[in-house]
Write a protein that binds this ligand. Structure first.
Ligand code: SAH
Length: 398
């Protein structure tokens, strides 16, 4: 199908933005189906602008696969994209890392899709039904371009909803094995540390690779400190802290299976369980209880789930971050370090810095941010909306 779009949308495409919104479409050759290839021509000269996946169920109506130069969208196209993505990640492999994001959506030319590697297991997560029509070619391309033993399919929450009926329409389920057998847990190495995760049922695709560099910084700061890992999940930060010589780690999460997995990750790296305490609780209640018990920590990591996914949640998100700062500050030892992270794409780095320092000020503390960072090289930021993660490393001012 072919499309004509508004001037501002044409400009955005020319600048490399990968989305065409529903309201930008002026003319459409015919009613498109999910996953049809939509070719966009400019209004003046009828030149090719871009080709992408038509997505009638989403306000992001066309998700661009290729812009500027026309190309056939076929197996070879996907192979080239996968090889380019793999090449970008090669520096990680030399750092002793076998678990990483192999393709990060639009920024790697695969809109609304991520592909993660867990050692020999690949996990493909789809965020739109528009990919389903191309799944066969994509998987064939993966088999040619990449080495792996097992491939697991994960579906976004929207794709799992009954409304979309992906299971009965296409026979696809969240956690389905497309190739090989991933087993109960997939093992991988991150920065020389061993982890195992449940790629069929775990959060996202099983692990949060986006925090690798922030964990590394925690490892460098942890020596001799008592560490509190809030929203610990399976212990990414906790294990790095132990590796960095933390005196002890207290991991706080609401999920018992996550804390059990954390203990296993501690054990597989050879650290004594006596250095680790786990607390299954709601983070807000757990932090309050630790405060009442007058516990003190030299390093507190707070890595909550995205509070603000939609604009409507912004107010709640701001309150939640403010409350977390307020609860975490009294737990800091004298030279304590607070690491505050946010994966809400709606809150940018500068507003987040301001929110955290102001929250501390309201609670009567001066917080100095001595470092901040975003995602690593396996989460390239190809366009502004691709940036979501930030972590602030703060210490108490005198
Ligand atoms: N820091 C982790 C990732 C955190 S993911 C890492 O580096 O891997 C967010 C975690 O927050 C999940 O494990 C989830 O179980 C937990 N969680 C969500 N809401 C919570 C709450 N109210 N209290 C405590 N934990 C919560």
């Amino acid at each position: 199908m072919s499309l004509r779009i508004k001037p501002a949308a044409e400009r955005a495409l020319r600048q490399g933005h990968p989305w065409v919104f529903e309201e930008s479409i002026l003319k459409q050759s015919h009613l498109g189906g999910t996953g049809d290839l939509a070719v966009i021509y400019d209004r003046d000269k009828n030149n090719f602008l871009a080709v992408g996946l038509y997505d009638p169920l989403s306000p992001i109506r066309v998700k661009v696969l290729q812009a500027r130069q026309p190309r056939k969208i076929n197996r070879q196209f996907f192979i080239d994209r996968l090889e380019a993505a793999q090449e970008k990640r090669n520096p990680l492999i030399s750092q002793g890392t076998t678990g990483y994001r192999l393709a990060y959506g639009e920024s790697d030319g695969f809109p609304a899709l991520v592909l993660d590697r867990y050692g020999e297991t690949l996990v493909l997560k789809l965020y739109t039904t528009a990919w389903i029509a191309h799944l066969r070619e994509l998987v064939a391309a993966m088999q040619e371009a990449l080495e792996f033993d097992a491939l697991v399919l994960r579906l976004s929450r929207a794709l799992q909803s009954d409304r979309l009926n992906v299971a009965s329409l296409y026979g696809l389920r969240d956690g389905q094995q497309l190739i090989g057998n991933a087993g109960e847990s997939a093992q991988f190495v991150e920065s020389g540390l061993l982890f195992a995760t449940d790629v069929r049922r775990g959060h996202k695709t099983g692990f949060f690779f986006d925090q690798r560099e922030n964990r590394q910084r925690v490892r460098e700061l942890a020596a001799g400190r008592r560490v509190l890992d809030v929203f610990s999940y399976t212990g990414g930060f906790a294990v790095y802290a132990l590796a960095g010589g933390a005196r002890s780690v207290l991991a706080l999460d609401v999920s018992q299976p996550a804390l059990d997995a954390l203990r296993r990750n501690v054990a597989s790296n050879g650290y004594e369980q006596t250095r680790v305490e786990t607390l299954r609780a709601d983070a807000f209640a757990g932090l309050r209880a630790l405060g009442e018990a007058r516990r003190k920590f030299g390093l507190v990591v707070v890595d909550p789930p995205a509070f603000a996914n939609r604009r409507a949640n912004m107010g709640d998100a701001v309150l939640a971050y403010r409350r977390l700062v307020e609860l975490a500050l009294p737990l800091l030892a004298e030279d304590g370090i607070l690491v505050m992270s946010s994966c809400s794409s709606r809150i940018g780095l500068d507003p987040f810095k301001e929110l955290i320092t102001r929250s501390a000020a309201v609670a009567g503390h001066e917080l100095e941010i001595f470092a901040s960072s975003t995602h690593g090289l396996d989460h390239p930021i190809g366009f502004p909306e691709a940036a979501y993660l930030k972590a602030l490393f703060c210490r108490l001012g005198s």
